[in-house]
Design a protein around this ligand. Structure first.
Ligand SMILES: Nc1ncnc2c1ncn2[C@@H]1O[C@H](COP(=O)(O)OP(=O)(O)OP(=O)(O)O)[C@@H](O)[C@H]1O
Ligand SMILES: [Mg+2]
Length: 240
């Protein structure tokens, strides 16, 4: 928030790099994850942007930030709040790809439709490529969830990921960062860890073809190769 306020509203020469927190994961072998946190003042900031007609400056700031971040990081993920705010729109227009995590329920399917319509409006303004829909929070015992899962997968425009993520207890606590590091399998035990890795692999393989096109420095294939090696070594350990 302080970065955006400085760069967009105060036109001060702020750098996003000053706001990066490094080494934020509580998973012991995930040491290269960095984070820029947001806060609840985001809505107030967006109000100021709209009031002062600063949308163009915000978009320029967001675009520069993404371009610079791609020089340092293999993958940059922007977690947006639900709904299409001024800031979310800037990210959607400046990003290489967007990804839609979705619950298999009616409201979420409406949300996807709305996003599609929004994208088709003002095509000259640019938009990220659709990387696909990830079905999350699926109740394996609910015929209703199964119905919406089916419905989502039928539409080729959604490009649903094969791996969906069920509603499970270990994922209810992921927002809680443990003060002590733990292994991946302690945080995501059994089948959950397995499913998240398969999903990651699918994501990396969807990113891989973009290398040399929109992503710089061969980062996605490198990450995909690493994920595949990790997957193979885990499978070896499991069968041993
Ligand atoms: N597959 C899952 N199984 C169980 N709990 C989950 C699962 N996925 C997410 N959760 C839990 O649901 C809550 C909301 O998840 P998350 O933050 O991913 O949703 P969101 O749609 O991004 O929410 P928000 O609208 O607040 O941004 C979190 O407490 C998270 O731990
Ligand atoms: Mg969220």
């Amino acid at each position: 928030m302080d970065y955006l306020i400085g760069a967009v509203l105060k036109e001060s020469p702020a750098s996003w790099r000053d706001f990066v927190m490094t080494d934020v994961s509580d998973v012991d072998d995930a040491r290269s994850i960095a984070l820029i946190p947001s806060d609840t003042n985001l809505t107030l900031f967006e109000r100021e942007v709209s009031k002062g007609d600063h949308e163009a400056r915000l978009r320029k700031t967001v675009g520069a930030c993404l371009t610079e971040a791609a020089e340092t990081y293999d993958i940059v993920l922007i977690d947006s709040a639900p709904g299409l705010s001024v800031l979310t729109e800037c990210f959607l227009r400046e990003t290489n790809f967007y990804l839609s995590p979705t619950r298999p329920d009616y409201i979420s399917t409406r949300g996807l439709k709305f996003l599609r319509e929004f994208r088709q409006r003002n095509p000259e303004m640019g938009f990220g490529d659709n990387l696909g829909v990830i079905i999350n929070m699926k109740d394996p015992r609910s015929p209703q969830d199964e119905h919406f899962d089916h419905w989502l997968r039928q539409d080729p425009e959604h490009q649903c990921f094969q791996q969906s993520i069920p509603r499970v207890t270990p994922l209810q606590a992921t927002g809680f960062i443990s003060p002590h590091t733990r292994s991946y399998w302690a945080k995501y035990p059994g089948e959950t860890g397995d499913q998240l890795r398969r999903l990651t692999l699918e994501l990396l393989s969807r990113l891989a073809p973009a290398q040399g096109d929109t992503l710089g420095a061969g980062s996605a294939p490198r990450a995909e190769g690493k994920a595949k090696a990790m997957w193979a070594s885990w499978k070896d350990r499991r069968t041993a």
